[in-house]
Design a protein around this ligand. Structure first.
Ligand code: PLZ
Length: 457
């Protein structure tokens, strides 16, 4: 298609404004992808590197509440929130207003050159709302991977040790160090090595598959850390309190507290990667709270700024202050527009009842998935906290992961106008991460579509 043709198409179909006033309905005007979406996907195939994939074959033009609208006028129920990012809702009005005001004032000075207030205000807010009442400091970055990289830098500088332990099924990003921390080879690591050194892996507590109690699973992990790495060499362990990409794996009770205790006793920094679990998602401001742990450092991103790119490392002041001036930073880290958005989003998390809302949505999810499971043993496990819930699909005869079934169900849901995401080391998990602005009715309708897709598969 020529540029003129694409401009004409665009002109004849003005995009609706997004946000919560979009009609909250599933509406299918064409099959997916419709003709306009197909045109964009053809251009994507020509212009965008093949390594950058996509899950939902549409051209998104607006989103808000619990829907994503495409260029063909289809309105899809959003059960993914752009991978746990638009937790406050897409184009949240307060976020939009804050961004509009900031973008007209100044777009960038570089915080390392000319500091501005909103960066400091985000740091103050993070220091206040993250677990623990000890003195804390924060540093801001652009992406989850960058936050993880910096948390490891900070822990190494503080402990003067080098090794880092990550866990089976863990996901921490796509940069070189974070690829090394990430467990799964395809698609995240395969062919992209060599990877950063001094990264070791310990077993995760995975109750559905290992059958171990939390303390037993922790003993196993600690033994590997002691025997294969040695506390004297270990700067930090990094763990997602509930694993995201790895399959929404919720560790058994007692696993995380035992690891924290061992770290405290051995001068090892405990880093909670809350990039996916943070900001009300799990029915607490941070998932660490749900397990009664206080991390030394916590990495955040995704939900922090309502869709603007922002990330942070927050933690004990003495650890955060171990780096020399100039050792941490980056041109864009804590960009003023992203910070303005974060202040608005954090205000919504704290004052709009979103933690309660996550728990309400979680109850709807668990109740409906339990009904589906009662009628269909292929749904092997339902797990999660708050509005971070997953269904793991298996062969009922053997308990073996069923990735084929999972992919078929997810594809059918998308074709029916419900955005669902898969995850898991074995590719056999459908995860539900709705924006907290979705209505119960829309969530229920989405789950009905999932149920029908499963029966048909
Ligand atoms: N830590 C726990 O979940 C990002 C990435 C999906 P970035 N997860 C979604 C994909 O295919 O790239 C994530 C995460 C946890 C770190 C990250 C990395 O965050 O903002 O994507 O760099």
């Amino acid at each position: 298609m020529s540029t003129t043709e694409s401009a004409t198409l665009h002109a004849t179909a003005p995009a609706p404004l997004g946000g919560p006033t979009l009609p909250q309905e599933r509406r299918m005007l064409t099959s997916i992808p419709g003709p306009r979406s197909q045109q964009l996907l053809a251009r994507k195939a020509e212009a965008v590197a093949a390594g950058v994939g996509h899950t939902v074959p549409i051209q998104a033009v607006a989103a808000g509440g619990g829907v994503v609208v495409d260029a063909d006028g289809n309105s899809l129920i959003d059960l993914g929130a752009g991978i746990a990012v638009t937790t406050v809702g897409n184009a949240h009005p307060e976020v939009v207003a804050a961004v509009q005001a900031q973008v007209a004032q100044f777009t960038h000075t570089c915080f390392m050159i000319s500091p501005y207030e909103s960066y400091v205000a985000v740091a103050e807010a993070l220091n206040r709302i993250t677990p623990g009442d000890h003195a804390k400091k924060s540093a801001l970055f652009n992406s989850g991977a960058e936050a993880v990289e910096n948390a490891v830098k900070i822990a190494r500088k503080y402990t003067r040790k080098q090794a880092v332990v990550a866990f089976d099924h863990g996901y921490h990003g796509r940069t070189n160090l974070t690829m090394a921390l990430t467990a799964k080879s395809m698609p995240y690591k395969s062919g992209f090595g060599p990877f950063a050194s001094e990264v070791y892996r310990a077993p995760m507590s995975y109750p559905f598959r290992d059958g171990l109690s939390g303390p037993d699973a922790a003993r196993k992990a600690i033994s590997i850390m002691e025997k294969q790495v040695g506390a004297d060499n270990l700067a930090a362990i990094i763990i997602e309190p509930i694993q995201g990409e790895g399959g929404f794996i919720v560790p058994a009770d007692g696993f995380l507290p035992a690891l924290v205790d061992w770290c405290r006793a051995n001068d090892v920094v405990f880093i909670a990667d809350e990039v996916q679990t943070g900001f009300a998602r799990t029915g607490a401001m941070f998932a660490s709270e749900r397990f009664g742990i206080v991390p030394d450092l916590i990495t955040t991103a995704k939900g922090i700024a309502g869709g603007l790119p922002l990330a942070a490392v927050t933690g004990r002041s003495e650890i955060m202050d171990a780096s020399h001036a100039g050792g941490l930073g980056g041109t864009y880290g804590g960009n003023p527009i992203a910070c303005a958005a974060a202040i608005a989003a954090i205000d919504a998390f704290e004052n709009d009842g979103l933690i309660e809302r996550a728990n309400e949505l979680g109850a709807v999810l668990i109740e409906r998935l339990a009904e589906i499971q009662a009628a269909d043993p292929r749904l092997g496990d339902i797990r999660g906290r708050g509005a971070m819930v997953a269904a793991e699909f298996v062969d009922p005869a053997t308990g073996e992961p069923d990735a084929g079934l999972t992919a078929a169900v997810a594809t059918a849901c998308i074709a029916q106008g419900v955005i669902v995401l898969t995850c898991g080391t074995y590719g056999n998990v459908i995860r539900f991460l709705p924006p907290l602005s979705i209505s119960d009715d829309l969530l229920r309708e989405g789950l009905d579509v999932v149920a029908a897709a499963l029966s048909a598969a």
